[in-house]
Design a protein around this ligand. Sequence first.
Ligand code: 3PY
Ligand code: MG
Length: 356
Amino acid sequence: MQKVLTRADVLEYSRKGIKTIVLDEKPVLTDLARDALKQAGIEIRVGGSPAPAAQSRPQPAAASGQSGQSGQGGGYGAGGTGVPEGNPVARKLATPTIDKAPFRDIICSDKKLVGTFIGTPHPVITEFVGHLGFDFVCIDAEHNAITLETLQKMLQGLQGTPTYGMVRVPMIGYEYISGALDIGADALLIPQVRTLQDIENIRQFSLYPPLGRRGCGPSRLWDYGDGIGQLGTPNGDLNYTTNVVVQIETVQALENLDRIIETDFIDMFFIGPGDLSMDMGIFGQFSNPKLVDTIMMIREKTAKAGKRLGVFAGTFEAAKNWFDKGFDMVLVNSELAIMSGAVSEGMKVLASTLGR
Ligand code: 3PY
Ligand code: MG
């Protein structure tokens, strides 16, 4: 996963008097980090000589490839039983990145984001998927039986992974929106938005006064009362890290589109092609020019307004297509659909052997 440089990182380099940061690949820079780099006169160089190897203590046998486990097959999954070199899953499990930049900084950067929906109501699944390489997962409480208590545990499952946790709330309601933010969702996805009143309600329920009327309290977001760690930002703006991504998936939202996308507190919109096609009377016709043209019209308007835009894709190939068309974020199906696809591909491999 690409390194993310935040303003705090840059200030730390500056404090140490470092003027050149050498990295293996181009980092993702938050807007604040970009400003801080300029101010501190720090240069980023990509592809410098590798850092000298640490004075090493002996590696476990598995890490030096002497365990007898190849990491291929054997029933122990992609990671094998040790930490084989070059295995991304095992490497991430061994080195979790829990110090994440605020997701809002990433959403507002030029990084392309890929995620998947999670429908299984259990923290093990978020913990596991959180190590697979997605930038974020979206726990889908709109279409699955996932209530706040379970959602909190699922977000806790993500804590030791480099992946951000978005929550799709069931509907626009104070208890859903404020509740999911309080338990520490990095962002919310709000379905079925239709009117300017919907947008106003989302503002009221998601932002603290004076911008909204969300209440404050000793929630997980506030370290259960021990601090306001996640909210503390350079300028002390308590609403800074609040992210709501609003779905455009109804004809009524299209009618109000110009005013909806002007909304100042929303940085990203998201198209739901399933509901949109259903509401347009062409359900599931994902290559129907009427739907594709509508999606591209939304793309143009949001880009003009300086807003980022995401879309749902049924496959990774479809996701590539959307990224090629300039989309900023794609949610690729769900963990269950990806498993289903892998099993049906796998069963095809066995079909002739099993005579099926
Ligand atoms: C839709 O296709 O309607 C969606 O909401 C996808 O997430
Ligand atoms: Mg939908």
